[in-house]
Structures are given as C-alpha cells and as structure tokens.
Design a protein around this ligand. Structure first.
Ligand code: SF4
Length: 396
C-alpha cells in the first residue's frame, strides 16, 4: 500500500534532510521500508574500513590486501572461495560478515543486441535494475541508487513507482560487481560488439538507474570511493557519471567537498521554472534559478563542465525556440547538452521527438550558441530499458 509522507523529515544517513532545505511544495509519494539488522556486508566497506576491522580482529593487514583482491579483482562470489585466506580469517568473516552478491531475478537482452537489463533481488525481496550497455567497444553499467524514487519525474517509470528506500553502499557496489562477473564469465558474448574484442572488464559506470543519487549522498559517495580504489576495482573517476534531477544541496555539497573528478549530469528538460516544474516535481523544491546558481558554483569551484540532460518530448520541449532558451540559460557556463529522445512509459502520454527535430535542436545549440551537444541513441526500448520500466513491468 502506498502512503504519503514528507521524505525530508530527518532520518539517519539522509544528508538532504540535514541541509537547510525548505519543505517540498507537495508531499512526494513514499513507501517507507524498515530494514532488520543484517550482518556486515563486505561490499559496504572501503579499504581503510576493512583495514580497521582487521586491526580490531588482530589479523595481519596482508589479509586485507588479499581479501580486497578477491572482492574486486577476482570477483569472488563467496567467502568460501577465498582459499588464499587463512582458515581462521575465513571463519571469522563467515561468522560476522556476508558477501552481498545480488541474485538475478530476470535478465533480458534488447533485440538490437547492445543492451542487457538485469532485475536484481535485494535481501528484503525488493528488486532493482542494472543495465549492461555495450557498443563501440565501451562497456558501461547503469546502476541504481534507490528502490524507487521520490522525485516523481512525470515521464519516468521509477518516478511513477514512488520511493521505497535508499540502497546501501554494498547494494550499489554489488550491481557493478554483478556486471563485472558477467563480463569475466563471457556470458555477454552474444551482445553486439561493433567489431571490437570481447570486453572482460567494466570500464564505465553511470548512476542513472533507479533513484536520485544525491538523495542518497553518503552511500553513493562511498560506493564511488570503492569503485575508484586503485588497488581494487580501479575505475577512473572520469569514467563515472552521476546524474541528478537537480538536488541543489547535493550539488553544493559536491562543490564544497571537492570529491573525485567524476562527471556530473544535471537533468534540465525545460528552460523555464513553470515548464520544468510540470515535468520534474522536485523543481518546486529547488527552483530553476537556484539550480543554475548551484551549477555555476559547482563549475567555478571544481573547474569542471556539467553535462545537462534534456529529454526530448515531441511537441513539448523540442522546438528550435526551446533550444534557444537552453542556449541562453547555459550562456557562459562550461556545459554540454545531451539530448535524449523520450523513453515511452505507460504512465505518461508524451512521445519521443523524431530524429529530424532532435538534429535541428542540436544544430541550434552548436551553431548559434557554441554549446557541444550529443543526441543519445535509444537502446533497449524493447526491454523497457528506461529506468524503472522493467521493475514496473514485472510487478504489474
Ligand atoms: S528520472 Fe531519475 S530523478 Fe526523476 S523520477 Fe526517474 S529516477 Fe527519479
């Protein structure tokens, strides 16, 4: 049953709640979930945290290095498989920790051969989506940060589901490990490879799956620290993209904390406050002028360009005049605009912009405003690859 509540009431680990945010103009749809105590998930721990744990247990730091390698290099799927660890270390790990491998509830390949979507089962039986995308030699995992989402974007299947709970760091990390394990096993050999050699290693991560990553700030940042640890997963920060709908306190916190240089993508979708609030209810809490001020602060402080995402909806926000409004809004900012034809969902009547109109929109940005712009290809439509679509389809 869905109930309504204010998600911005404080709860442990919710950084947004502790920021000085106004209450949302309207309550978001929330389905709270209370988790029972669970054993320590090894995927929840950074290497320094694991070192501290082993120091407390009076185990040699050498075993941390071995364990870390098992976790993130050899993709071990059980503690029992870590045979190079002494038996007493394995026994303690088995008694007091768990390895949070997520079982697959469903896996679907797109007919174009570029995308495989996994529905992964969490310990509390909730399900999240992880997508493996493979084209022009790049392997990218699109991972989720929450079960459902509180932001309520009208065209998004996850937004239509409402919010259930944050994912833990371990549940975020486990998704990337799932993809890494699949690649290692060669189980994606059937996916299109555009003439390149089969990839055996995950190279890119986008936090664009279910959920708003900056609403689950601490868990997501810790997962990024684990992904970028040079002794383990070792993904370059510049190969990670975090996409936000525009959580202003989170963007300002990123600017303040000077974190690893991953890419930040901000979903705009409209260049006026009224137009944006109609598509993105979170814009009522964080209006467009506040969002753009936060983006400016972020770029000035970090020296980094922001990617602005624009979902192209036929007849709604895809005219040359709309493109000019975007150009004016972003004038003087280090920016790139990624244009994404709408992924149709059952709960939203809009349709995707035709490729000709998308090209015209892109031309205006590039030639009239000098703003780099790409039109993202639509992949995996037949497997409901827009975030949340598979989860919705399988619970309907
Ligand atoms: S588009 Fe992103 S932020 Fe908006 S509802 Fe969907 S998952 Fe949430």
């Amino acid at each position: 049953m869905l109930i309504y509540a204010d998600i911005y009431a404080p709860w442990p680990g919710n950084p947004i709640a502790s920021d000085d945010c106004r209450r949302p103009a309207q309550p978001y749809r929330v389905r709270p979930k209370f988790m029972s105590a669970a054993p320590l998930n090894l995927y929840d721990l950074t290497r320094p945290e694991l070192q501290a744990l082993f120091a407390r247990w009076e185990f040699s730091p050498v075993h941390v290095a071995r364990l870390w390698r098992y976790l993130y290099w050899e993709c071990a799927d059980s503690i029992g498989a870590m045979s190079a660890l002494p038996a007493k270390v394995r026994r303690r790990l088995e008694a007091e920790t768990t390895l949070g491998v997520l079982p697959t509830a469903l896996a679907t390949d797109s007919s174009d051969g570029f995308t495989r979507k996994y529905l992964l089962r969490l310990p509390d039986a909730e399900r999240i989506e992880t997508v493996l995308m493979r084209f022009t030699g790049r392997v990218t995992a699109c991972i989720s940060s929450q079960v459902g989402c509180a932001m309520g974007c009208v065209f998004c299947a996850t937004g239509q589901m409402g919010y259930t709970r944050h994912l833990t760091t371990g549940e975020i990390v486990a998704q990337a490990m799932h993809v890494q394990r699949v690649l290692r096993s060669g189980a994606v050999a059937g996916l299109a490879e555009a003439g390149s050699a089969p990839a055996t290693r995950l190279r890119n991560i986008v936090l664009m799956g279910m959920g708003e990553p900056l609403h689950n700030f601490d868990a997501v940042m810790k997962a990024i620290d684990i992904f970028t640890d040079g002794n383990g997963f070792a993904i370059g920060a510049e190969r990670i993209t975090l996409s936000t709908v525009g959580v202003v306190p989170g963007i300002l916190r990123l600017a303040r904390e000077q974190r690893k240089p991953f890419h930040l993508a901000v979903s705009l979708h409209a260049a006026t406050q009224v137009g944006r609030a109609a598509l993105v209810p979170a814009a009522r809490k964080w209006p467009l002028d506040e969002l753009m001020a936060a983006c400016r602060t972020y770029s000035e402080t970090t020296g980094r360009r922001i990617f602005y995402e624009w979902t192209l909806i036929d007849g709604q926000n895809d005219s040359p005049d709309d493109a000019r409004a975007v150009g004016r809004l972003l004038a003087g900012l280090p920016a790139q605009v990624n244009l994404i034809p709408l992924n149709p969902t059952e709960g939203y009547a809009g349709t995707p912009t035709r490729s000709e109109a998308a090209r015209r929109f892109q031309d205006v940005l590039i030639h009239e405003f000098g703003i780099p712009s790409t039109v993202r290809q639509r992949r995996g439509i037949d497997i409901a690859a827009g975030c949340g679509q598979l989860a919705v389809a399988t619970t309907a």
